[in-house]
Design a binder for this molecule. Sequence first.
Ligand code: GLA
Length: 347
Amino acid sequence: MPDQRVVQLYTVTNANGLKMDVTNYGAIIVRLYVPDRDGKLDDIVLGFDEFSGYTPDSPYLGAVVGRYGNRIADGKFTLDGKTYTLAKNNTPNGVPVHLHGGEVGFDKVLWNAEPVSKDGIHGVKLSYTAKDGEEGYPGNVTVTVHYWLTNENELKITYAATTDKATPLNVTQHTYFNLSGAGVGTILDHEVTLDASHFTPTDKGLIPTGEIAPVEGTPFDFRKPHKIGARIDADHEQLKLGGGYDHNWVLDKKKPGELSRAAVVYEAKTGRQIEVFTTEPGIQFYAGNFLDGTIKGKQGRIYLYRGGLCLETQHFPDSPNQPNFPSTILRPGKTYESTTIYRFSTR
Ligand code: GLA
């Protein structure tokens, strides 16, 4: 790193030949090799071969984002009577808002990392302590992330966090998947299912209006599988604001906090499929609309407009300013816990 600290890269494998490379810079998943239906391994996540690719302008490729993943309106929130001011580091449709924890969020810091193994399963444990006042947020917060590669071909991610002052917290994983292989075309032919009968429409700044709207009868209805490209440019105000899909879906859950299926993504040519399970109440399905074909990634491949998609399991955007959304406030003495599983298979 510019300050001479050394960045590490860990390689994790499972019993079936799946392989994942993880760096402790930003807790970034650099490579993830999974088989297609003929058993051919390909790297299906966007990223860079060299550390230098992960500049501050990298659009969060592979990283953990936080302290608050996604947006906070006007870079401000009030907690226990005190107003906090955050960086407005993003301007969707010209509106300045706070995004992914600010100027130097969890994606741009060096985490402590160590290899972990349990019952024949391998992984990496990463932890980071954000200081009281860091990026404007209150409280010293310690976050621990475990990445496991199970023998059921799952990337299992667990998050845990504690704080010494009340603070908003919403951590998620910002990997861009392309099931044809990183840098191979767009994701428009991928079929998506989302287990959500509602979503949170946004204003111009991509901040939720507060409404929990039914997806029924809209291009946001993915309760049955649809190709992403089929409706992404449909004449719908929300698609215009997002530049395509870039919204939070409200997951249908029997019990809040239960680990349940959130999404399925399938690519017919390779047969690859991802099933996503999470304990979180929402998922940001982002279709890579801000990728503009200028990023040259691994093996010199260009990442096209809509060349990758993110499935960011999360609490809803702007929750610190939205009293009717599930709370994202972590208080001293409590432990934040969250689990997300990406299960890879073929059909
Ligand atoms: C999230 C946001 C998108 C975009 C990307 C990063 O997915 O919802 O609007 O900011 O991160 O480019």
